[in-house]
Design a binder for this molecule. Sequence first.
Ligand code: SF4
Length: 262
Amino acid sequence: MALEAQQKRQFQQRLMQWYRHHGRDLPWRRTTDPYAILVSEVMLQQTQVERVLDFYQRFLGRFPTLAALASAPVDEVLAAWQGLGYYRRARNLHLAAQQIMERHHGVFPETFDDVAALPGVGRYTAGAVLCFAFGKRTPILDTNVQRVLERMFVRRPAVKPSAMHKRLWRLAEDVLPPGTDAWVLNQAMMDLGATVCTARTPRCTQCCLYAICHAAAALTTQLGLFPYAEPAETEMSMVAEADGPVYGGGTPPPDFSRRGEL
Ligand code: SF4
């Protein structure tokens, strides 16, 4: 299912503008260190953002670099993970750090195949690290992104879950704009899915995609929501952003030309 250019452009513009004002400001979005981003992504695999916030800072305080983690005894790593649960994630993270030290001479790999080959790293995590740390245009598909894309674009779901999953990965790639905007759109889709387009009670009437979303009308009726009114803020933000994007909600994208300094 190829998207029409106009439909794609509207989706990108609305969502990126929403993110600037209503996205989340998170510490792992303020770095381009692939190690720190991998730590956050592994923690987020089974744990809510609010809980990860505290553990992320403490873990990086204890193991600030890939080398520090790789050389630590596994018992210390597991002790630092205490309270997060699913300890297999900590073991895999430790092994991944050791693998990078041994096979990549301590330099974090930058290709999809190399990152995806690390223990505990699947397609989503590899895409997230490449996009968020290296500024690459790689798709990500977690449950939040999946829900937004499915409701927004899919008219006839595939019967087989595996076929549907493939379609959604294609969509996740198709919607991405070039350059740093891919970073913004990926973060925006995750945030919209986590805060507005939630699984049980999507807030369609407050959603920036309402006017162009395939599922919006049916969900609004089903949930008994009031009809949608485009917020006046949209016009105001456009004026304010005439000189370039202004970020007052979501973390601004990093300057990837300064990678290594951040
Ligand atoms: S309009 Fe509703 S269903 Fe569509 S993306 Fe927004 S919250 Fe989700």
